[in-house]
Design a protein around this ligand. Structure first.
Ligand SMILES: *Cc1c(COP(=O)(O)O)cnc(C)c1O
Length: 218
């Protein structure tokens, strides 16, 4: 689907929810997409992209950043503590902060650099054993611990279970953010970004709807 169609759908969802269109950031998720598709979206003027692997992003984004200005990269996949340095070199935002060890590593690195990326705490709203993220019962404490490390906690992120109604998870995430005074919500993907916007998403992560089906599995 053309990028402009996605933008139109985001605007319509914002209008319906009585929100400003600028209150939602579209993160174009370019993981495993061929470079030509990514470049086509850059050529249309879009500048905000999401990747789920540090190594893959290191392979393609330095060249794109040299060619296109104002590119903003969001890491939306798991981050290993030993990849914090390259991640902070490349990414403007990290959506997958989910454990204290990682928070400490980021804090140390941020102090050395004097700059902190925007950080989202990933919440495992469905309490799925195989999925990353802080459990709902531990969110409040984890946010406070991160703030104690002087980290720039912007908001919360979730990936709802495949087989469940995503709205319930979006509503839960919104509630947890609100009671902790956080105003950003990274939620909503190709199949459900409109309902995420209805429930307060500020960052939607849309991949296949923009770029087409991923050729390789992610
Ligand atoms: C791949 C991915 C997306 C995008 O998924 P689509 O269904 O292609 O829009 C969003 N968020 C995360 C965390 C992802 O890994």
């Amino acid at each position: 689907m053309p990028l402009t169609d996605i933008q139109t759908r985001i605007e319509a969802a914002c209008h319906k929810a009585e929100r400003k269109a600028e209150s939602v950031e579209l993160i174009a998720v370019s993981k495993v997409q061929p470079n030509a598709r990514v470049e086509a979206v850059l050529n249309q003027g879009h500048r905000v992209f999401g990747e789920n692997r540090v190594q893959e992003a290191q392979g393609k984004w330095p060249d794109f950043k040299a060619k296109f200005d104002r590119v903003q990269l969001h890491l939306i996949g798991p981050l290993q503590s030993n990849k914090v340095k390259p991640a902070l070199d490349l990414f403007d935002a990290i959506h997958t902060l989910d454990r204290e060890k990682l928070a400490r590593r980021i804090a140390t690195e941020v102090q050395a650099r004097g700059a902190c990326p925007a950080l989202f705490i990933q919440v495992n709203t469905g309490e799925e054993p195989q999925k990353a993220g802080v459990l709902p019962a531990e969110v409040d404490g984890f946010i406070k611990a991160c703030q104690g490390f002087d980290l720039n906690i912007k908001g919360l992120m979730c990936i709802p279970p495949m087989e469940e109604e995503p709205s319930l998870h979006f509503a839960l995430l919104a509630k947890m953010a609100k009671r902790n005074g956080l105003d950003s919500l990274s939620m909503g993907m190709s199949s459900d970004f409109e309902s995420a916007i209805a429930l307060g998403a500020t960052h939607v992560r849309v991949g296949s709807a923009i770029f087409g089906e991923r050729v390789k599995p992610d």
